[in-house]
Design a protein around this ligand. Structure first.
Ligand SMILES: [Zn+2]
Ligand SMILES: [Zn+2]
Length: 365
């Protein structure tokens, strides 16, 4: 059982996180991930302590020698006074740095204990950047925001995770309560401050689905991985490419993904018409056969032009008009080339990574 701090010393006690982290910081992990501030305090503190020790040691040694020889005894009172003044200054210095260090340690502990849990996702690897979704509101109107920021993910258990990995973060908020929304928030990935996998999973599981969805559609709207704080009032629909007011998006999306009488989704995600593949499709296979049923299906052009730009846009199930169902690409073959669709898409994806060095930062780019 861990003792809860009685009241936060550094975090504003008048507001409460909707989903507090309740997370215990491992200070070793924290210093390893964010060494700048603690080292700025620990280093001068260590130097002062060593200097104080050395000065007193040298003085003690000299005093002992004087006493042993029995000469210049009249100098002792002024020497004692001198060393006392020295020690007062050292003491003040040590106390000042120590107080700052303790305050910092308390603040970090409270950040992860009282701060708010938000969903984060890796959006870039060099350097590691994450995007975090939150609602900055302090009133009733939502103020959806995404912050893109660097995080020291290299210290994670298995190194920097791939783009698209979901991570839990805990954030403190800054600003004037009466303004209606916070000015900024400071999320930190929980894996950077603890190695306790049970805690990490607990915090990750505490994030509701709608927040993950808002992060995903918010990133689709932003189409950037540049660090900054972005307001997300609307999202661009990945199906019809219209802007939709974010709180209404889940409802709007249902309209597109509803299965029709033939078992096919009403609409499919595509890339915005302006950014689709613009070349000729003469040499691109366009119809595929499902040998199990003998059915041949034509791939819609807007879908071909979308996956030629982003081969990670769709999952490995493709519709067969004869079966009226989504069939795994391993069971489908292009009529034009005889190649299995699964191999075809794997090649496209490998080409993409060879050219861009990584997967697209978010599924709709
Ligand atoms: Zn739409
Ligand atoms: Zn079929």
């Amino acid at each position: 059982m861990v003792k809860k701090p009685q009241r936060p010393l550094t975090v504003d006690g008048s507001t409460h996180a909707s989903n507090p982290g309740n997370l215990l910081v491992n200070y070793f992990y924290w210093i390893r991930s964010f060494p700048r501030k603690p080292i700025q305090l620990i280093l001068p503190l260590a130097i002062l302590v060593v200097l104080a020790f050395l000065t007193n040691w040298i003085f003690g040694f000299a005093l002992f020698a004087v006493l042993r020889e029995g000469k210049s005894l009249h100098l002792i009172p002024s020497a004692l006074f001198g060393i006392a003044v020295f020690n007062i200054f050292f003491g003040i210095g040590i106390f000042w740095f120590l107080k700052k260090l303790i305050f910092l340690a308390i603040r970090i502990r409270e950040h992860f204990f009282y701060g708010c849990v938000n969903p984060g996702v890796v959006v870039a690897l060099k350097p590691p950047l994450i995007a975090v979704f939150t609602d900055l509101t302090t009133g009733k109107t939502p103020h959806y925001t995404i912050k893109i920021l660097p995080q020291p993910l290299k210290w994670m258990k298995n190194g920097v995770p791939p783009v698209g990995t979901r991570l839990a973060t805990v954030a403190l908020y800054e600003g004037n309560l009466r303004k209606g929304y916070w000015d900024d928030f400071y999320p930190v990935v929980v894996d950077c401050v603890t190695g306790n996998q049970t805690d990490i999973q607990r915090v990750l599981q505490s994030i509701p689905d709608w927040e993950w969805e808002h992060l995903e559609v918010g990133l689709g709207y932003l189409r950037t991985t540049k660090p900054g704080l972005y307001t997300i009032p609307f999202v661009r629909c990945a199906f019809c490419h219209q802007l939709v007011f974010l709180p209404l998006y889940p409802m709007h999306k249902d309209k597109h993904t509803k299965l029709g009488a033939d078992g096919q989704m009403t609409d499919h995600v595509t890339i915005h018409p302006e950014r689709r593949y613009q070349g000729v499709l003469d040499v691109v296979p366009q119809a595929y056969i499902h040998p199990n049923c003998g059915g041949i299906t034509r791939m819609p052009e807007e879908i071909i032009r979308s996956y030629l730009v982003n081969p990670f846009l769709y999952n490995e199930y493709t519709f067969c008009c004869e079966c009226n169902n989504y069939i795994h690409q391993k069971e489908l073959y292009w009529c034009e080339t005889g190649q299995c669709l699964a191999d075809y898409f794997q090649e496209l994806q490998q080409d993409y990574i060879r050219q861009h060095g990584d997967r697209p930062p978010n599924p709709f780019v």
